[in-house]
Design a protein around this ligand. Structure first.
Ligand SMILES: C[S@@+](CC[C@H](N)C(=O)[O-])C[C@H]1O[C@@H](n2cnc3c(N)ncnc32)[C@H](O)[C@@H]1O
Length: 212
């Protein structure tokens, strides 16, 4: 059995053998449907709302911090969600191994760690290796949504996207706007920074239509 579910009593916290390679929504969720992925889900606040608002879509959250990944998975399990899974791991590595080309209907990156010190910039998520994976796994015309509170990181993100090319850049629109939410993404960091009246910076990078 490639999915280690027989070893893992938690069906929400996905534990997949590396050698399994690419996964399909059918394997993970036992159903087909659109697949969206959030990187750095923290305590899972964004996916909680998406899972309720869009029951026909499937969602995966990838979170590096073990305690947060488990916290989010526990929330999803207690709500009985069938359409959301958590992964504890490093996102670029996990995507490279487990997500096939042209698979994702959307990617979400909300309040990524800004790593403000110059000597730490190399730790930032949004760099060329990440964009290469995003371009590979998104379907044509699918969106990569990014929101941050950090002006300097946002300038770096815009520059990195421009240097990478391929994506067209559009204004960000909240994925939850269509269900009447009046915040951007509703994550813990958004709530914390909104209370401090910090400005937010956002962009949607769209994969070209003709690109497979
Ligand atoms: C500043 S927090 C934001 C959490 C959440 N998105 C929010 O807005 O409340 C960034 C999160 O991204 C996670 N993270 C950073 N780099 C990651 C990576 N390469 N793969 C997976 N998770 C990552 C961190 O562990 C952290 O929980």
């Amino acid at each position: 059995m490639a999915l280690k579910s027989h070893l893992n009593p938690d069906p929400i916290l996905l534990d997949v053998a590396d050698e399994k390679g690419f996964l399909s929504p059918q394997e993970i969720f036992a159903r087909s449907g659109p697949l969206e992925l959030e990187i750095g889900s923290g305590k899972g606040a964004f996916l909680m709302q998406m899972a309720v608002a869009f029951p026909d879509r499937n969602f995966i959250g990838i979170e590096w911090a073990n305690a947060y990944a488990r916290y989010a998975a526990d929330r999803f399990r207690r709500h009985g969600f069938q359409n959301v899974r958590m992964v504890h791991g490093e996102a670029i590595w996990w995507i490279r191994i487990h997500i096939a080309d042209n698979t994702l209907d959307a990617m979400h990156v909300y309040f990524p760690d800004p790593w403000p010190k110059t000597r730490h910039h190399k730790r930032r998520l949004i760099q060329q290796p990440f964009l290469q994976q995003a371009l590979r796994v998104l379907k044509p015309l699918a969106h990569l949504n990014i929101v941050t509170d950090h002006a300097e990181y946002f300038a770096h993100i815009r520059l990195t996207l421009a240097e990478f090319g391929h994506f067209s850049l559009e204004p960000f629109e909240s994925p939850l706007r269509s269900v009447g939410r009046n915040f951007m993404v509703g994550t813990n960091f958004e709530k914390k920074y909104a209370a401090q009246n910090r400005p937010f910076y956002s962009v949607t990078a769209v994969k070209p239509g003709g690109m497979q």
